[in-house]
Design a protein. Structure first.
Length: 124
């Protein structure tokens, strides 16, 4: 694990203790699920990065969805007030994902937990 990944893993242990759920980074990634088994969020700390990336699935789309749907998704990325620092992306399985990136420079256990809880709450 890189130093950034070790730092996030320590924050994650603090968060996990409050949730009474075991959570660990594995190869820089930690998926989180609801009690119903649905994806709540995925945390990633890329190997050569000092940033935390959070993302979650918002919707599934068909590979040949209407172009106006994709245009709308891209237009939403410009709605700064609505997106609150997040952006939308389409993954390789044609799932729309809400994404957010935060520098680890000023992060501590408290604001990590607040950020993660807020992101999960926003995505629901």
């Amino acid at each position: 694990m890189t130093p950034s990944q070790q730092r996030v893993d320590a924050f994650l242990q603090h968060f996990a203790a409050s949730c009474k759920t075991p959570l660990h980074l594995k190869e820089g990634v930690c998926p989180m699920y609801t009690d119903q088994g649905e994806e709540a969020a995925v945390l990633e700390v890329p190997e050569h990065s000092d940033c935390l990336l959070l993302h979650c699935e918002l919707a599934s789309t068909a590979p040949h969805s209407a172009l106006n749907f994709y245009a709308l998704l891209l237009q939403l990325n410009f709605e700064m007030a609505a997106m609150r620092g997040c952006w939308l992306a389409l993954d390789e399985q044609h799932k729309v994902r809400l994404c957010f990136q935060q520098s680890l420079a000023q992060m501590d256990e408290t604001n990590f937990s607040q950020l993660l809880s807020g992101f999960i709450g926003t995505s629901r």
